[in-house]
Design a protein around this ligand. Structure first.
Ligand code: ADP
Ligand code: MG
Length: 250
């Protein structure tokens, strides 16, 4: 059984997509077979691994709503890394899913035949708490919450945790909250550290280590379909994601 990690936060720009792509690549470096799942209609993950969504005639949308098998939509990125891509077609999925029976479990069911092919499935959730995110959470064994450590960063964490608790109660009792991953972290400021402590205390969440440092390197990599692991392998950001991948394996 693969570990299925939902990366979720309804706030945009907190490095969900960056975390999915980079952590996935770091797990592949450690010999793991990894499937990335793009659940965001903006398709940023799909773009960032070098696929143009405009060139695709099938996407995860057809898996969720068109009866297409996941394996018929998969894109092999390299030997051990595959992608279930998104396109803008997913923008209407929340509404359409609501008309299905068991609308929260559609992704879980669709991924089931792929179970033996991967060690990790990592799901990039959209910046909403709608049915797409609920599908990501319902399919997951663990949820990781990237959080940018600024003053108002934790507005919304309570709402996200409410959604997680609903999913635990209704569809996926085994879902674990892995913790908060501090992203775009500037450890030089005591402010960032204070925000983290406040969040850990307020919600009694684990804070994952190491924090992912803020670095311009992260902006450059996805434009050429790469991650910082290959464009800046010795950078603190690359090292942080490698360390996180190592910690998740143990
Ligand atoms: P989300 O998926 O939560 O909306 P993204 O992963 O798309 O967030 O990241 C938002 C922006 O922040 C992107 O331009 C990305 O390149 C940048 N970014 C992500 N992580 C970092 C980091 N550690 N340091 C600096 N910029 C980052
Ligand atoms: Mg994103």
């Amino acid at each position: 059984m693969p570990r299925t990690l939902a990366v979720a936060n309804q706030k945009g720009g907190v490095a969900k997509t960056t975390t999915v792509a980079t952590l996935g690549a770091a797990l592949v470096e450690l010999g793991q077979r990894v499937l990335l799942v793009d659940l965001d209609p903006q398709a940023c993950l799909t773009f960032s691994v070098g696929i143009d969504p405009e060139d695709l005639d099938k996407s995860i949308h057809h898996v969720l709503l068109g009866g297409v098998r996941a394996r018929d939509v998969l894109i092999e990125l390299d030997g051990a890394l595959d992608l279930l891509p998104a396109t803008i077609a997913l923008a209407t999925a929340d509404v359409q899913l609501a008309r299905e029976s068991g609308p929260e479990q559609v992704l879980r069911t669709a991924l089931r035949p792929l179970r033996t092919a991967y060690d990790w499935i990592i799901v990039d959730c959209p910046p909403t708490l709608g049915l797409l995110t609920v599908n990501g959470l319902s399919a997951a064994s663990d949820v990781l919450i990237p959080l940018q450590c600024e003053t108002l960063a934790h507005r919304g964490v309570g709402q996200l945790l409410d959604t997680v608790h609903d999913v635990q109660r209704l569809t996926n009792p085994g879902l674990r909250v892995l913790g908060v991953l501090p992203t775009l972290y500037d450890g030089r400021t005591t402010h960032a550290r204070t925000v983290l402590e406040t969040i850990a205390d307020t919600y009694s969440l684990d804070v994952l280590q190491p924090a992912i440092p803020k670095s311009i390197r992260f902006a450059e990599a996805p434009a050429i379909g790469e991650t910082v692991l290959s464009t800046a392998p010795a950078s603190p950001g690359a090292k942080a994601y490698r360390a996180l991948a190592g910690a998740l394996l143990h």
